[in-house]
Design a protein around this ligand. Sequence first.
Ligand SMILES: Nc1ncnc2c1ncn2[C@@H]1O[C@H](COP(=O)(O)OP(=O)(O)OP(=O)(O)O)[C@@H](O)[C@H]1O
Ligand SMILES: [Mg+2]
Length: 250
Amino acid sequence: MLELINVDVSLNGDHGKIDILKNINLKLDNKKIYVMTGPNGGGKSSIAKVIMGIFTPTNGKILLDGVDIAQKSITERAQMGVGYAFQQPPRFKGLKVHELLELSAGKTHTCNTCNLLYDVGLCAQDYMDREIDTTFSGGELKRVEIASILARDLKVALFDEPEAGIDLWSFQRLTETFENMNRNTDTTIVIISHQERILRLADEVIMIADGTVSEITSQEKVLSAIEQFDKNCRCSADCEREGYRNVNFG
Ligand SMILES: Nc1ncnc2c1ncn2[C@@H]1O[C@H](COP(=O)(O)OP(=O)(O)OP(=O)(O)O)[C@@H](O)[C@H]1O
Ligand SMILES: [Mg+2]
């Protein structure tokens, strides 16, 4: 189980101290899928980064199976079973795809590179021996990084907007992959997403806004709120008055 207790994160910006996360309290169980959602700039990636150790909390505790990891390094947390697939993944220069996946899986794990690539919608024959360099598109890079997280035996797996830049066919495979991971492992899965299809995987939905947890709710409530919004939302712009109507752009 992963617990965040009264976690604050402040960073030094150009204009002084910025409070990025304020009093985050979360209890995340094993073998559950949590979907974190909410407005842009709300603090979702920052929560993933404070769990991974990229940000160090200014206050509070982060307990992984009862052990406070708040002051531990990224490497220590990785060794303890925390993994994070970035919103914008870095490029591992000089590594081939199969090397990255084998490194991720570790020596004790039998890495089935071919299946891992299939799970993220990439053909192993085409990608296995490719070097991860600037020729990779954003979507390809993202999928290889997700595969490198799937390769590991994790206690906590964090996926930051896995759908970004991924085509529909691969997205379908990816949602199935999350379901399989949930079925076959005890991993706590946290997916940051704005996608309805991902929301439907959630045991609980965590809403993040203004650097804090605004609500912990069910997927049913979020989905019905979205449906209601679609029904009630009518265009109220007065195009005629604004002079946008019947404008001849020719
Ligand atoms: N390294 C940093 N230095 C300064 N401010 C930062 C830094 N990282 C994040 N922030 C700020 O913290 C706030 C939360 O950012 P964060 O990336 O966590 O949001 P998010 O919910 O993931 O947004 P999005 O949906 O756009 O990905 C934003 O206002 C952002 O500008
Ligand atoms: Mg983000």
